[in-house]
Design a binder for this molecule. Structure first.
Ligand code: GLN
Length: 493
């Protein structure tokens, strides 16, 4: 059947339920698309059998009148999630060949809800990056090309680059992503799809390879807001195996979805107007502000005075936590082992880590161990923790005068592969609008809002109060409906 890969999560779920098509047909159509889309390098492992088995279970469940929320929906799973007996590498050579004997809570929740897995999605190594170029398995290509004839391959963003590319190219109707400092939102913006990072603690981190534990959060990426709400509902929930998991019921976000934002106060943080950001970013932001005003929201000017410290704070805290988390890769317990002949244990650690980690990961381990070292702990790590508290307080103050914040998601459209890969600072600057909400643990969504002059997608971000995903999704839906973004990349793969 043709056309099935044009459907999103809600349409697949409803079509399987009403018998318009079988789950098996859906799984077959997407698995064929995954195979045809290999030039994008979005998947590190393809698991068509997993998708088919779940589909057959869904078709049987329909016959028995026992459909589940995601019966018949095939998904891509970011390779940061441990999947039982399926290779899980977090984009790193150091986990080469690792097949976890357990399932991450998030992927397990999705499968328990009836979803199947099309495969594992490529990503920046240990989720460190904004372009998917730090993956040990090569960069992911964006399905988008600039319309001006400049055919340079573009990044789909990162670190959830495979996730973004797979959804935009219609290889999967929805996927998991993870967001430590923007990795769901920035790639979603770069490829014209929707992605939400929920409140820190909504989704269990158990079985999700750790990068920076106080920031890491799972979330969905899909074609629209409704599909994200459906996926997030299935992913989220209390998990006693994660000590930071929130022991709260999962709201029925989809059933409560409403694009009615009349009376909502939407804050425009003045410190997000940053010198050097291209005019097209300001323009799409102004457009979003006008659309929300038209929808009946009240637009208010707000101040988040510590915004300019967010990026340096993030790039102290995230590497510090990463250096500690990544100490477990020692050649003994997981994946790769390099043991020089006649070497001792330390030689093995060193050889394994030298061969297993890529340049960006090594850079972060060095920064992290430096800022945590006895001589510099107070000057860097401790101070960064204090500034983090001030950043969180900025948001608390903003919520006194507004309900949501509207900002650009990223300071540019997608850039070309190679354009920033030799300049870590330029790469880090890409996270400027994303990291404040991460440091404060707040829910934030990116919704596609338009195309730039070169025909590339631009996204807008909505940030909400802790636990108020509903308002974020609702305002996202209002923006989605009014922006009417319908562009999609022309297939070349
Ligand atoms: N680009 C940011 C970084 O490199 C964020 C990554 C993420 O959210 N996983 O750390």
């Amino acid at each position: 059947m043709t056309g099935l890969t044009d459907l999103g999560i809600a349409a697949i779920r409803d079509g399987v339920r009403s018998g318009d098509f079988s789950a098996r047909e859906v799984a077959q159509a997407f698995s064929a698309a995954v195979e045809k889309g290999r030039a994008l390098n979005a998947f590190t492992v393809e698991t068509p059998d997993h998708a088919l088995a779940a589909a057959d279970a869904a078709d049987a469940a329909r016959a028995a009148g026992a459909l589940k929320p995601l019966s018949g929906v095939p998904l891509g799973i970011k390779d940061l999630f441990a999947t039982r007996d399926v290779r899980t590498t977090a984009g790193s050579r150091i986990l080469e060949g690792f097949e976890p004997p357990y399932e991450s809570t998030v992927s397990g929740n999705l499968f328990a809800a009836g979803a199947g897995m099309l495969g594992k999605l490529n990503m920046d190594e240990f989720a460190m990056g904004s372009s998917n170029e730090t993956s040990a398995w090569g960069p992911v290509l964006s399905p988008w090309r600039r319309s001006d004839g400049g055919n340079a391959p573009l990044t789909p963003g990162g670190s959830s680059g495979g996730s973004a590319s797979a959804v935009a190219a219609r290889l999967a109707p929805g996927v998991t992503g993870t967001d430590t400092g923007g990795s769901i939102r920035q790639p979603a913006a770069f490829v014209g799809i929707t992605g939400i990072k929920p409140t820190y603690g909504r989704c269990s981190r158990w079985g999700m390879v750790a990068f920076a534990s106080s920031l890491d959060q799972a979330g969905p990426m899909a074609r629209d807001v409704r599909d994200c709400a459906i996926l997030l509902e299935a992913m989220a929930g209390f998990d006693p195996k994660d000590s930071t998991s929130l022991d709260l019921p999962v709201p029925r976000w989809e059933a409560s979805l409403s694009a009615d934002v009349r009376g909502k106060r939407i804050g425009i943080p003045r410190e997000y107007r940053i010198d050097g950001v291209p005019a097209e970013i300001d323009e799409v932001w102004e457009k979003g502000i006008a659309l929300m005003r038209d929808a009946g929201a009240e637009i208010v000017d707000v101040s988040l005075p510590h915004t300019r410290y967010a990026l340096p704070t993030y790039y102290i805290i995230a590497p510090a936590e990463a250096s500690s988390n990544l100490a477990r890769y020692d050649g003994v317990r997981y994946g790769l082992r390099r043991a020089p002949p006649n070497g001792n244990l330390t030689d093995m650690y060193e050889a394994t880590r030298a061969a297993g980690f890529g340049a960006e990961v090594k850079r972060r381990i060095m920064i992290g161990t430096y800022v945590l070292s006895a001589g510099f702990y107070d000057a860097y790590f401790n101070r960064a923790q204090k500034v983090r508290a001030l950043i969180a307080r900025d948001f608390e103050r903003a919520w006194e005068t507004c309900d949501l914040l509207l900002t650009p998601t990223a300071p540019s459209a997608a850039f070309a592969l190679g354009e920033k890969s030799n300049d870590p600072i330029a790469m880090y600057l890409n996270d400027v609008f994303a990291v404040p909400a991460s440091l404060a643990g707040l829910p934030a969504i990116s919704v596609p809002a338009g195309l730039n002059a070169e025909g590339l997608p631009l996204g807008l971000q909505l940030v909400g109060r802790a636990l108020d995903e509903q308002s974020v999704l609702d305002a996202g839906l209002a923006l989605e409906e009014r922006a009417g973004f319908a562009a999609r990349p022309e297939a070349w793969w």
